[in-house]
Design a binder for this molecule. Structure first.
Ligand code: SF4
Length: 60
């Protein structure tokens, strides 16, 4: 199962953790913030969201 996620761009500080860990799901946009490019495996959501230092990764 996979989950649709979104990034709160106001909160994102562009640390790159999510992009590095889940490149099929996150990429950098033109402003150096994370943007969603694909779905995330259900099992990876807690890891991705929990590791974001500003809590910017949320379920759609
Ligand atoms: S882990 Fe969080 S702060 Fe870092 S790039 Fe991803 S969404 Fe932005």
């Amino acid at each position: 199962m996979s989950v649709k996620v979104k990034v709160n761009k106001e909160a994102c500080i562009g640390c790159g953790l999510c992009v590095g860990s889940y490149p099929d799901t996150f990429a950098f946009d033109d402003e150096g913030k994370a943007t969603v490019v694909g779905e995330l495996a259900d099992a990876d959501f807690d890891d991705a969201a929990g590791n974001c230092p500003v809590g910017a990764i949320e379920k759609e």
